[in-house]
Design a protein around this ligand. Structure first.
Ligand SMILES: [Zn+2]
Length: 410
């Protein structure tokens, strides 16, 4: 069984007794077919009596329940699992052009999901009240009271100052710099909010429920309007000194390339991000390229998702643009593979929904340009959770926050 380092999660400050409680909760949580008290004491190095006492507290608090699990050698024993009815959480994924909300129970079973368009350039004063209203009317429709939600995870596409609950110098979030996002939302919703980077949440989502299950050296790449990476190194999210680690969208690919939103030239994002793909399509149409995209009502309003839809239907220009993005992405990933030597790279986000058309050139170039010993060890794959990876990471984080806070109070 895999031991989980609880420091991956944002665990509230804890004393030794509570640390054992947190470790017990996490072991129960990430044992898919349940775990017995005996196994818990073996895994945690605690006495049977200590485990029995901790489990007793957790059952009394309604966080854990007993179940008839199937164990090795066909022997049936009482197993423990998280009580899904313990409460509800919401995962929020705010992208540059959309917001996704996911309602889930404590076992991360998705009960409903909804998405709306949003323009992050409008800043927090417009976007946050919109997200607040969107969440309230959605819960109303579902007949769920906001008071039933025990925590909400919110992912945003910028570098996070975790302790402060804000973003710092985000290239594609003008006007959001140092705005107290978490504080604003906690005031509005009256429950704990955990703020995270969208790519980091993507890595957590895929690690907990998707393509990266059980992988300790995992990289999640979100290819949307911008490009970001969530780095899971030795079983822990790596954020760097100022929360900026994983900003792979701003590694230089072409020294004198196109201007990027960050102010530099030739960044990966300026060559292969969703915005870049859309701009290249518009430029090509104006230069007289033949493409089904020119049949769209407004050429100026063409988005990356339009290009992807056309590429899927066989449009030659669109396919060429996606493949070109794949080559640039592959180059950046070769550097990342040499730097971090990961076991798995999971590619998600809106642009990645096009599948192998993007992934084939990515794999080819990443392999060609990285060291053999590193490239042979890594698998590059699509996100199993699709567009939902970041929202599910936000759900996982919200469940952690709820369980650990309630456990401390028990
Ligand atoms: Zn840049």
């Amino acid at each position: 069984m895999r031991r989980l380092d609880t420091t991956i999660w944002q665990v509230p400050k804890a004393n030794v007794k509570n640390l054992n409680k947190h470790a017990t909760l996490d072991l129960i949580r990430f044992s898919p077919s349940g775990i017995s008290r005996i196994e818990l004491s073996r895994e945690l190095g605690l006495t049977r009596a200590a485990v029995t006492a901790i489990v007793g507290d957790l059952i009394k608090a309604g966080l854990v329940r007993e179940t008839n699990g199937q164990f090795s050698r066909g022997r049936r024993a009482i197993a423990l699992e998280i009580n899904p009815q313990g409460g509800l959480v919401v995962g929020v994924d705010i992208g540059a052009t959309h917001v996704t909300l996911v309602l889930a129970d404590y076992l991360a079973h998705v009960m409903d999901e909804v998405e709306a368009s949003l323009d992050i350039f409008q800043g927090p004063q417009v976007c946050l009240p919109f997200v607040d209203q969107f969440l309230r009317s959605w819960l109303d429709e579902l007949g769920v009271n906001l008071a039933q939600i025990t925590a909400i995870g919110v992912g945003v596409p910028g570098p996070i100052v975790t302790d402060a609950g804000m973003v710092s110098g985000p290239p594609i979030m003008p006007g959001w710099d140092l705005f107290p996002i978490r504080e604003w939302l906690e005031k509005a919703w009256g429950c704990p909010v955990t703020l995270g980077n969208d790519a980091e949440f993507g890595a957590l989502g895929e690690w907990a429920f998707g393509a990266g299950r059980g992988v300790d050296n995992l990289v999640y790449i979100k290819v949307g309007t911008g490009i970001g990476a969530g780095l899971l190194i030795d079983g822990q999210i790596y954020r760097g000194t100022t929360g900026c680690a994983g900003e792979i969208g701003h590694v230089t690919i072409e020294e004198n390339g196109p201007l990027c939103t960050c102010g530099n030239r030739g960044c990966l994002e300026a060559l292969a991000g969703g915005r870049a793909i859309a701009q290249k399509a518009i430029f090509a149409i104006k230069a007289g390229a033949r493409t089904t995209l020119s049949e769209l009502p407004s050429v100026e309003a063409i988005s990356a998702m339009d290009v992807i839809a056309a590429a899927r239907k066989g449009d030659h220009l669109s396919q060429k643009l996606v493949q070109e993005a794949g080559y640039y992405l592959g180059t950046a990933l070769a550097n990342l593979i040499n730097l971090f030597n990961p076991t798995k790279i999971v590619i998600g986000g809106g642009v990645a929904q096009v599948g192998d058309l993007l992934l084939d050139p990515v794999r080819k170039v990443a392999k060609q340009r990285s060291l053999k010993v590193a490239s042979q060890a890594v698998t590059i794959t699509s996100a199993v959770l699709g567009k939902r990876s970041s929202a599910m990471g936000a759900v996982a984080q919200a469940i952690s926050l709820s369980l650990h806070q309630l456990a401390e109070a028990s």
